[in-house]
Design a protein around this ligand. Sequence first.
Ligand SMILES: NC(=O)c1ccc[n+]([C@@H]2O[C@H](COP(=O)([O-])OP(=O)(O)OC[C@H]3O[C@@H](n4cnc5c(N)ncnc54)[C@H](OP(=O)(O)O)[C@@H]3O)[C@@H](O)[C@H]2O)c1
Length: 285
Amino acid sequence: MKKLLFQFDTDIHPSVFDTVVAYDGGADHVIGHGGLTPENVKALVEGAIFTRAPKDKKNTAIFIGGSNLAAGQALFAAVQKIFFAGFRVSVMLDSNGCNTTAAAAVAKLAANRSLAGKKAVILAGTGPVGQRAAVMLAKEGATVAITSRKLEQAINVCDAMKTRFGVDLTPLEASDNHARKLAITDANIVMATGSAGIELLQEEDWRDNPNIELIADANTTPPLGIGGTDMMDKGAERHGKLVWGAIGFGAFKLALQRACITKLFEDNKLVLDAEQIYQLAKDTA
Ligand SMILES: NC(=O)c1ccc[n+]([C@@H]2O[C@H](COP(=O)([O-])OP(=O)(O)OC[C@H]3O[C@@H](n4cnc5c(N)ncnc54)[C@H](OP(=O)(O)O)[C@@H]3O)[C@@H](O)[C@H]2O)c1
């Protein structure tokens, strides 16, 4: 029986990146739908859950993506609300790679060491990747702050993650590199999750900071988020700190996303969000 992955995207055009990874993860056919909302998804979900016999339903799965995490979370919840009794298929949320990217980076940071009690600052952490990375670091026992150019934006995402995961995150306003340098003064872990091609810190902003132990930068597009690092860094030592660059952990992120797709077809009841995806990352990091 063919493995069908329905790619439900909150953006108009379903992510090509997610389509390719879905095929590489084992889907026989990927069917993309864009512009989806809780209001227009019902018939699509019903088509997925009513068409195959109970033992065959595991061959149909749903992947939810898009650039807006709040919209993705709402769609993810709406899809599951339509399921009832055995009429369900496995479903995964990964808006803009939020869960797989954050899980890959944090699992690398947490490999072979405890992050409990460490202070972490996520620079430009208001995007999908930063929000989920903050949650995963907090679940590891770190004290986590998120910076934004606008305090209100940082407060909003901290509140959203508190509502969803029960974690306490600290919102910080840091509108330029100097403010971000001050924001990381006491940090042991610095993670950059700003938009592609935006430099958030220069090398001199972090190089001589004695508190920083671990650095990760998710930005793959030059200039990098953290100057003085290399996107290929794989736990490289720089100025006494261990650095993970975006490509350095990116291969693991891709492998993780593929592994999640593979897993979706093992059962028809799986729900893959931050908790399950981070666990999978930790098991394989
Ligand atoms: N390595 C990988 O495998 C991988 C996979 C997926 C994504 N990525 C990368 O991960 C990063 C995060 O992705 P995302 O989707 O979460 O990011 P995003 O939503 O595009 O951006 C995150 C935040 O960056 C801030 N920002 C935007 N323009 C800025 C500017 N000019 N100056 C300072 N801050 C600015 C914004 O925060 P405020 O408006 O709140 O300040 C925004 O919320 C991106 O660079 C993406 O390309 C890497």
